[in-house]
Design a protein around this ligand. Sequence first.
Ligand code: 13P
Length: 251
Amino acid sequence: MRKNIVAGNWKMNTTLEEGVELASNINEALKASKHNCDVVVCVPATHLVSVNGVIDRELLGLGAENCSEHDKGAYTGEISAAMVASTGAGYCIIGHSERRQYFGETNEQLLAKTRQALANGLTPIFCVGEVLEQREDGSFNQVVRSQIEALFALDPADFAKVIVAYEPVWAIGTGKTATAEQAQDMHANIRAAIEEKYGKEIAGDTSILYGGSCKPTNARELFSKPDVDGGLIGGAALKADSFMGIVEAFD
Ligand code: 13P
């Protein structure tokens, strides 16, 4: 059976000191909390080693926000999946809409990044999602399908290790959440595409997270939908209290 997962994406926020404090506050809160989901924080690459040192990995998973599509070598400033894995991290976000939009990441690159993450033992959290114009012109189902199809070159055993995150771009950081019904419809569309390619078992076992203005006040309703298996949380992941309010929506 697929897992419920709540993952934080800190983006380009927190100094090292602030990040370590936030991670240890979340870790502390998790010790006393009753929740029925895996919990992960995806943090800036500069914080990985230090955060790994203050969390209890049975309680809290650790991930990076990006990795290179290359193995190693002359790519100044880039961080390889092997480097990420060597910090102790177990997850890596790939293809966040901000990376697609501001850094021009293409489907081919994202497939290569996913392969790098998998080859280094990292669980990819692969993001898909349409922009407002595509929501309004009705092409959103097809757009998201083609984003997920970029991974269909993977062997079934590899695809089975991927976590998918549906993040409608118009809902990210805007306070405008997709309705639980809109999220459910898209998650079902994504699962159907996976089923067509990889069959019922892999599709049924794939965790599909929702991201975009998810908060303690709307998490429960979103997570109650059958195909919504958790959340990828931006702004509300930057405070231990609000992050825990979302984690505890899975009680
Ligand atoms: P917000 O929760 O701030 O809308 O961000 C969502 C997101 O982009 C998580 O990856």
